[in-house]
Design a binder for this molecule. Structure first.
Ligand SMILES: [Cu+2]
Length: 398
């Protein structure tokens, strides 16, 4: 899911939004001032209400003509003022001595970035192509595409100037960061510039906004805004990607910890581990009902096996695997004493059977898990913050 104007993270984004809203409001006002009287008069002077001899001859009306000239001129000046003043900020480059100048090259179909040499003379050349989704022979998505390693790293609250071009034998692209409201063509053999000052640490989409051929729609990259120290540490190293917790979004964490080597997240496919798009399959629940479980270290301790059997167990397993939607089987009473009526684990006393909440994730990361599907390694060093970000991300995917 790409982000759009719902996020705003550059110093000038608010100016652009303001110009946009002023234009919209005035345009709606102008539209109504023309169209509403038009309908009204069309109705009032409809053919059967007006006799021919009543139609007068009006040559002009000075007052009216002045009014409908002066008011639109004033409104146009308002348009111009807000449009010009916000554009001026976007188009006036800050001094290069107070900015980081990054060379950007857009080519079919990737974005690449080249930084100035760091203290040890190393030049970071990073970027690359978006990793396309994997499809099966019927075109069904098996694995959603990702931004891969393509990223432009910048520090927060710092001016960044982009000097952009495309190879001579390429085509025109357009470097667009919706969250920053900035967009500029990238032209073969020519250098165009834009600048920004990111006001919030985070990850933002970069898109190509000029139709440039077959894979135009995959020409993505991402902008990662880092705290100053983390940026410096990376910039002065020879690493391609910053170390540490550079991106706090659950999505990035899941990529970085290699969860996706074992888990599909956007599809139901079982790789080494279960798909994290769904909480359980019926077989997994049945397995726990039959054999019990004691490894996650919940306050309640062990879950005994064989609490229910036969058709009841089948029915409960189907209900739990279906996300506990629809009519609750009466036999679920055997489970609700520990997992709660809603199956959500009674405030962290036992596992949430419906979703991946932070309590469940922290038990799983601490203990790992060996189940009917296989072995999940433990991640004992995961921080609280990371756990909740991952939990939140998994809940959103679900
Ligand atoms: Cu392009």
């Amino acid at each position: 899911m790409l982000e759009g104007f719902n996020t705003s993270a550059a110093t000038f984004a608010a100016d652009v939004d303001q110009a946009f809203w002023i234009h919209i409001v005035i345009s709606i006002g102008l539209f109504l001032s023309v169209v509403a009287p038009m309908f009204y008069f069309a109705w009032k002077y409809r053919a059967d209400k007006v006799k021919k001899e009543e139609i007068g001859t009006l040559t002009h009306h000075t007052g009216l003509e002045i009014t409908w000239t002066v008011i639109p001129v004033i409104l146009l000046m308002v348009f111009f003022y807000y449009g010009y003043s916000s554009m001026k900020v976007l188009r006036t480059m800050p001094a290069e001595s107070e900015s980081i100048v990054v060379k950007v090259e857009g080519s079919k179909w990737k974005w690449e970035y080249e930084y100035p040499a760091n203290a040890s003379g190393h030049v970071h050349k990073i970027g690359g192509a978006f990793q396309k989704p994997k499809l099966d022979e019927n075109g069904k998505v098996l694995e959603k595409g990702t931004m891969g390693i393509s990223a432009l790293y910048v520090p927060v609250n710092t001016n960044v100037i982009l000097e952009m071009t495309a190879p001579l034998n390429d085509v025109i692209h357009s470097f667009y960061i919706p969250a920053f409201r900035m967009k500029e063509d990238v032209v073969p053999g020519r250098t165009t510039k834009q600048w920004f000052n990111a006001s919030e640490v985070g990850e933002y989409d970069i898109e190509c906004a000029e139709y440039c051929g077959t894979d135009h729609s995959y020409m993505y990259s991402r902008l990662v805004v880092l705290p100053q120290e983390e940026y410096n540490a990376w910039f002065n190293s020879t690493d391609n990607t910053p170390k540490g917790n550079y991106a706090k979004s659950g999505d990035a964490l899941v990529q970085r910890h290699g969860c996706t080597q074992c888990h599909a997240i956007e599809t139901d496919k079982v790789l080494v581990g279960p798909s994290l798009k769904t909480r359980f399959t019926k077989e997994q629940v049945l397995d726990v009902i039959n054999n019990g479980q004691d490894q996650l270290g919940y306050a309640m301790g062990a879950m005994p096996g064989g609490l229910v059997t036969g058709a009841d167990a089948e029915e409960i397993a189907a209900y739990v695997a279906g996300g506990m939607k629809g009519e609750k089987p009466a036999s679920f009473a055997a489970c609700s004493s520990c997992h709660g009526e809603d199956g959500k684990g009674m405030g962290g006393m036992s596992p949430n059977l419906v979703g991946y909440d932070a309590t469940l994730m922290s038990h799983v990361f601490k203990n790992g898990k060996v189940g009917m599907i296989g072995r999940m390694p433990a991640y004992p060093n995961m921080s609280e913050e990371e756990i909740s970000a991952i939990a939140e991300y998994l809940e959103n995917v679900k």
